[in-house]
Design a protein around this ligand. Structure first.
Ligand code: PRP
Length: 449
């Protein structure tokens, strides 16, 4: 696709790249006419490199070396890149990647060229969606679950077809468990030059964007370890701004503990099958929700209403990032009458009147929708000026009552979750991430929940 597009538009090179799941880096999935070194020059920070494309714009850059939107102008110069045309790849209204065309000589792209590249981008998006659908069908999910999983896949996972070493695969399983974003061999560092040419390069195995460091895995073979140590030392001398670690699996587990992943200790993690949302993923999403809400209610005073206790973390973080004047109120409820036919009773009412006020109901999770349905009716009876709902988690597959949700953090699968306010038998609320919980793994009895 990259080759044909470059040829059709008279360009010397073309690169198709996709955003990682955190939407911070662009990773190459296809290229033509660009050197390996150029493609692996560094993980391309999506916000630093032609950021307008992320807003859905087609961008034409006449002179790449002089344009401040280019992240690595020196490397562009060395590659003889003059003009660039960049277009977003969109799926479900969201930018998921980019297609860029490069020319050696200054080049003017016509409106027809721009339209053509947009069509190519659209075809790429269709192919990605088809591939995701295919993978989901292959993975054997059926019915409702399948649809709801598909809806939460804004980006594709960028995995190499195969890893160079089995230890890398094992390492990736560990990263995936902790939901730590990784890029495989994203950058090659020249280490030695002779007669103006590069004679030695070093490509670290992984880059972890969240921690901003590279990782080179070690094996047990001492001769290789010595050689790798030499390369890592040399890399540090030549590129002091780069952080790189030479690790084996145990070193990595120790490192995770330092960053707060393992610090909860074995006992507390018992019962947690996998981490669905890391603390930083949650924080990023909460900030984005707060930005949207702040925009929608600009010039207004908002009353936030939460139902205790699960909402405490989410309410705190959401409030912190709202740029509006807000007041906050809490309600508490209890259920009686059994699971089949539960009756809701308010055990703590609002402290202040909401009549004529703009009210945003904040929930940690909407499951069957029964709680929200009851609370919304109750709040509506107090005649607020407006009433909307913001929930961090939407477990749509379990819905029994149709409730309107205006702001949703994440759609989640039908599994039991704990952490970030969510509890099992009153515990686990204080975990900084959200994980799937299996009582039998913790030696607990299902009925305790
Ligand atoms: C959770 C959550 C919601 C409700 C959603 O509260 O905070 O209020 O369940 O479930 P539903 O959509 O099926 O009604 P929970 O009763 O677990 O109390 P907690 O917040 O004190 O943990």
């Amino acid at each position: 696709m990259a080759k044909s597009t470059a040829k059709a538009l008279g360009a010397n090179g073309c690169r198709i790249s996709f955003l990682d799941t955190q939407r911070e880096y662009l990773t190459n999935v296809g290229a033509h006419g660009l050197s390996d070194f150029y493609l692996k020059k560094a993980p391309l920070d999506a916000r630093k490199s032609i950021p307008e494309v992320l807003d859905g714009e087609v961008v034409y850059i006449a002179d790449a070396i002089k344009d401040e939107r280019i992240q690595h102008p020196q490397i562009a110069k060395a590659q003889r890149i003059s003009s660039i045309l960049a277009a977003p790849i969109m799926a479900k209204g969201e930018v998921i990647g980019e297609i860029r065309l490069y020319t050696h000589d200054p080049h003017i792209f016509s409106e027809d060229d721009k339209n053509f590249v947009v069509i190519v981008a659209n075809i790429s998006a269709v192919l990605v969606e088809r591939d995701e659908l295919h993978r989901l069908l292959e993975s054997g999910h059926k019915g409702v679950k399948e649809q709801s999983k598909l809806a939460q896949l804004p980006t594709i996972s960028l995995r190499p077809a195969e890893f160079a070493h089995p230890s890398e695969e094992e390492f990736v399983r560990l990263l995936d468990f902790y939901q730590i974003e990784w890029l495989y061999e994203p950058r090659a560092f020249p280490l030695r030059w002779e007669n103006g040419g590069i004679v030695e390069m070093f490509t670290p195995d992984f880059y972890l964007p969240e921690f901003d460091f590279y990782i080179e895995l070690t094996t047990l073979r001492q001769d290789l370890v010595t050689e790798k140590n030499r390369k890592v030392r040399r890399l540090k001398e030549l590129y002091p701004e780069i952080s790189i670690k030479l690790l084996n699996k145990n070193d990595f587990l120790r490192l995770l503990a330092k960053y707060g992943y393992g610090s909860l200790g074995e006992a507390k993690l018992q019962g947690i099958d996998r981490i669905l949302l890391t603390h930083s993923q949650i924080q990023r999403r909460v900030k984005a929700l707060a930005r949207r809400i702040s925009g929608d209610y600009e010039g207004k005073h908002l009353v936030l209403v939460g139902v205790l206790k699960g909402v405490i973390f989410f309410m705190t973080d959401l409030m912190e990032h709202l740029t509006l004047p807000v007041t906050v109120d809490f309600m508490a409820i209890s259920y009686y009458g059994g699971e089949e036919d539960p009756v809701v009773k308010i055990t703590k009412d609002l402290d202040s009147s909401i009549t004529g006020r703009d009210v945003l109901m904040v929930e940690d999770i909407v499951d069957t929708g029964m709680t929200l349905n009851y609370i919304l009716k109750y709040l509506q009876a107090h005649a607020p000026a407006s009433l909307r709902v913001c929930t961090l988690l939407d477990k749509r597959a379990r819905r029994l009552v149709d409730v309107p949700l205006d702001y949703v953090g994440f759609e989640i699968p039908d599994e039991f979750m704990v952490g970030y306010g969510l509890d099992y038998d009153g515990e686990y609320r204080n975990l900084r991430f959200i994980g799937t919980f299996h009582p039998e793994l913790a030696g607990k009895d299902e009925s305790q929940k």
